[in-house]
Design a binder for this molecule. Structure first.
Ligand code: SF4
Length: 78
């Protein structure tokens, strides 16, 4: 992803519950976007900066997070 291209833009995250193991890494990296739900798995509650959402997705040990640009719908990760 080009940082210049997405600077100042918002990204949407989608957590695949078949893959999420509740490691909480995404919550630690982007606490404004992710939270741990009652079932112990992560959920995305709002959009966030492209940089922080992609950083969280990259840190996920199970590749459970898909990230798209909220304006263009372009896939930013993976
Ligand atoms: S980093 Fe991945 S496995 Fe860990 S809570 Fe977030 S989505 Fe789930």
């Amino acid at each position: 992803m080009s940082e210049a291209k997405t600077q100042g833009r918002l990204a949407l995250a989608c957590v695949d519950l078949d893959k999420c193991v509740g490691s909480t890494l995404c919550v630690q990296i982007a606490a404004d976007v992710f939270r741990l739900a009652g079932n112990g798995q992560s959920e995305a509650v709002c959009a966030g900066s492209c940089e922080s959402v992609v950083n969280a997705a990259e840190a996920c040990p199970n590749m459970a997070i898909t990230v798209t640009d909220s304006q263009t719908g372009e896939t930013l990760f993976p």
